[in-house]
Design a protein around this ligand. Structure first.
Ligand code: ATP
Length: 298
């Protein structure tokens, strides 16, 4: 994969005043000189139940046409970031208490979820929430609910990317395997013809072969349909394997940002997310977890 937006020889950490700060510094963190941002988060704060502060001044940029990975350990705030962007916070008693989220120059902060989908931004939520009692095809049709132009050949297009869905088009979605349900969740999001797709942990609970298949399709969607992708993943190896650029989150902030290749080579990222020691051997999960408890990004 190419770099996100031109050559970069270093990562930017929050302590350098880069990725976690707002405005121009955040843009510099994304290395985006001359590139065209599709999504920009600037100093975003999110609060649940009016008192639990989860995002603490998060800034990040997703360049048009790229795949950007958002990494971080459990509870870092990755899903909350996606929900803030897609307008799903109100349903969880959450709100954006500060900052701005611009998609293609338009402020999303006060838009509702359907409006955001209509504007070209779709989220595939964690946990493959398909409508189990509806058929595969009915699920896909439901995904086009915001379209005013009908959906033309888009169902066939989804079946081309996911032939297994085509084979099971009349069957109840509830009887699909986990991998097929993930495919259906992505296919349903595609039915809104998004310019940008946000995927929340698509590899969760799937075996390596299925994960490889799904990531390959995500890469094709990006290349062939020019869909910009924001990919939230615990599986950093896979995510950085297809991403152009990556951000690492901890405790509601971006703590590290850089081109995917640079992040893959970063010793901290290797320790925490790729499970490799400095000598290149694989560290045990227990060792990494132990190390994690001692060391913080900030
Ligand atoms: P994971 O990989 O475990 O899903 P994450 O990085 O996606 O983690 P979030 O799900 O965004 O993290 O959660 C971030 C923090 O916000 C956690 O401490 C979580 O308990 C809290 N949180 C998430 N949703 C809510 C909610 N609806 N109400 C209150 N707190 C919440």
């Amino acid at each position: 994969m190419d770099g996100a937006d031109g050559p970069s020889d270093r990562l930017v950490s929050a302590s350098e005043g880069g990725a976690a700060s707002s405005g121009p510094a955040a843009s510099a963190a994304a290395g985006d000189r001359g590139a065209s941002p599709l999504l920009e988060l600037n100093n975003v704060e999110v609060t649940y139940d009016e008192m639990i502060l989860v995002l603490r001044g998060l800034s990040m940029t997703v360049q048009r046409g790229k795949i950007v990975a958002l990494l971080g350990s459990n509870g870092a705030g990755k899903s909350t970031t996606l929900k803030a962007i897609s307008g799903l916070l109100p349903s969880q008693n959450g709100e954006i208490s500060q900052g701005s989220i611009q998609f293609d120059g338009r402020e999303l902060r006060r838009c509702d979820a359907a409006d955001i989908v209509r504007g070209g931004l779709s989220q595939v939520m964690e946990g493959r929430r398909v409508f189990g009692h509806l058929s595969v095809e009915e699920n896909l049709i439901a995904g086009a609910y915001t379209r005013r132009d009908g959906y033309g050949d888009d169902i066939e297009m989804v079946y081309e990317y996911f032939p297994r869905l085509g084979e099971r088009r009349a069957g109840d979605a509830g009887y699909l395997s986990s991998g097929e349900q993930q495919m259906l969740a992505i296919g349903r999001a595609l039915m809104s013809r998004p310019r940008m797709l946000m995927l929340d942990e698509p590899s969760l609970g799937l075996g390596p072969l299925l994960v490889a298949e799904i990531f390959e399709i995500v890469e094709r969607l990006n290349r062939e349909l020019e869909t910009t992708i924001l990919l939230v993943e615990q599986n950093a190896t896979r995510a950085l394997g297809i991403a152009d650029y990556g951000y690492v989150m901890e405790n509601g902030r971006i703590v590290l940002a850089g081109h995917a290749d640079d992040l893959r080579r970063n010793p901290d990222v290797q320790q925490f997310y790729l499970g490799l020691s400095e000598s290149g051997e694989r560290r045990s999960y227990h060792d990494v977890k132990h190390y994690k408890r001692r060391k913080r990004w900030l």
